[in-house]
Ligand binder design. Structure first.
Ligand code: PRP
Length: 188
């Protein structure tokens, strides 16, 4: 039986699909395979730390493709507030629940923009007695980097446009689109 998946249509606010759902799924599988290989044989579960809110869909798909022992945790930080430009002043809004001491940590992010968030998180987790701290980033906007961040596992590079869907939002809209789309501001 053919499975029919309803794809939400583009609206006037969305300029077009940048990365479709099948392409995302294939890439997430590749990333999970790499992670399974790299962490094969670990003695303590890998702690996946999803950065709220944007990473929640990526993390959900990624972790279900992992075959290594792992646990899920979340952290919430903010550098944007309600605006669209990062302040560079990253604030910890909600900390993790797991103790990372003696564990490998993999920070899971939806997007790397200025790099302030991942730079902060990387330095923060390295102070927690972790065995290692790496990151897995779905989208990277290389032209926007302000601070240098090494990406361990990368999904896609994207141009400097406003991207929504698959966890990413504009004013909390479009997070649950199954694809990544370009948002077109309605402001003149
Ligand atoms: C976004 C995104 C990353 C961060 C990346 O979070 O999810 O966490 O910004 O930007 P940076 O590299 O410039 O630091 P946002 O503050 O929009 O929150 P959200 O994930 O809850 O939408």
């Amino acid at each position: 039986m053919t499975k029919t998946i309803a794809i939400p249509p583009l609206t006037d606010e969305l300029a077009g699909v940048l990365i479709d759902a099948e392409t995302i799924d294939r890439r997430v599988t590749v990333l999970a395979d790499q992670i399974n290989r790299d962490y094969a044989g670990i003695t303590e579960p890998l702690i996946l730390v999803g950065v709220l809110k944007g990473s929640f869909i990526f993390l959900s798909d990624l972790c279900r493709k992992l075959t290594i022992p792992h646990v899920i945790d979340f952290i919430s930080v903010s550098s944007y507030g309600a605006g669209t430009n990062t302040s560079g002043n990253v604030r910890l809004l909600m900390d993790t629940r797991e103790n990372q001491e003696g564990h490998h940590v993999l920070i899971v992010e939806d997007i790397l923009d200025s790099g302030y968030t991942l730079d902060y998180l990387d330095r923060n987790f390295k102070t927690r007695g972790t065995k290692s701290v790496k990151n897995c980033v779905l989208l990277d906007k290389p032209t926007r980097h302000v601070v240098n961040v090494d990406i361990a596992y990368l999904g896609f590079e994207v141009p400097d446009v406003w991207v929504v869907g698959y966890g990413l939002d504009v004013g909390e809209k479009y997070r649950t689109l199954p694809y990544i789309a370009e948002y077109r501001s309605q402001e003149a």
